[in-house]
Design a protein around this ligand. Structure first.
Ligand SMILES: [Zn+2]
Length: 235
């Protein structure tokens, strides 16, 4: 992918998580720069709804600004240290998604109960420490909690998604919020009894994962969320 196309996708990914209701004023999505893998594209300090491909910064995994004008969003350490810890990760979404916050505070682990939830069958770890991630040390702790997973919760704060490209980072963040929201609804319907929820067997999760984790569904999801963010469709 050309850098200009990547810049476009990073800005659009940020606007998508806003359009999908995962963020308001706070949150951000980044993408590793393919030709300089110790660096990543990151939005300037503003709501993701206002992300602009012409105003992205280039930061490195040590938190230094390599290019661009303006200040970065202050939680850039989340991104920097996940990229440092995970060479396989090409994009990171950090969102303050409401259902993820609520589920994290119930003490319940994410239980996949719908198709898209199958993406998270290997677990979604919870970062216990509350508050913003504004230091290298905290960024390293977040990356350690994420481990090899694709998603994690931050207690009372939101969620992070680490993916192989920026389109997937935005889409999977939307899927994670959907999974958390449905689990909360299911818990309420079950009178708050987690043992009454029926999830999937490992074999069913594997099947769901295979069905979703391919370019067809991902391209279709990107097309949908991009149209939502551009105002061409409404929910
Ligand atoms: Zn945050």
């Amino acid at each position: 992918m050309e850098l200009e196309e990547l810049r476009h996708d990073v800005a659009l990914a940020n606007r998508i998580v806003h359009a999908a209701g995962l963020v308001t004023a706070f949150g951000h999505i980044s993408a590793r720069v393919p030709d300089a893998p110790e660096t990543f594209l990151f939005p300037t300090r503003a709501s993701p709804a206002l992300a602009d491909e012409g105003r992205l910064l280039v930061l490195d995994v040590d938190g230094k600004r390599r290019a661009g004008e303006g200040e970065p969003n202050t939680e850039f350490w989340i991104h920097a240290r996940i990229y440092a810890a995970r060479p396989d990760v090409q994009a990171v979404a950090h969102v303050h998604s409401p259902a993820c916050v609520v589920l994290g505070q119930t003490g319940q682990a994410l239980l996949p109960i719908h198709n898209q939830g199958g993406m998270f069958a290997d677990g979604v770890p919870l970062f216990e420490r509350i508050g913003l991630i504004r230091s290298r040390e905290l960024g390293d702790q977040v990356a350690a909690t994420l481990g090899r997973h694709r998603a994690m919760f931050l207690r009372g704060h939101g969620a992070n998604v680490a993916e192989i490209n920026v389109r997937r980072a935005a889409i999977v963040a939307c899927f994670l919020e959907e999974a958390a929201e449905l689990q909360l609804r299911a818990l309420a319907a079950a009178g708050g009894r987690p043992d009454a929820l029926r999830g999937f067997t490992p074999e069913e999760n594997e099947r769901l994962h295979e069905q979703l984790d391919s370019s067809g569904p991902m391209n279709r999801a990107w097309e949908y969320y991009a149209a939502l963010a551009d105002g061409r469709i409404k929910r």
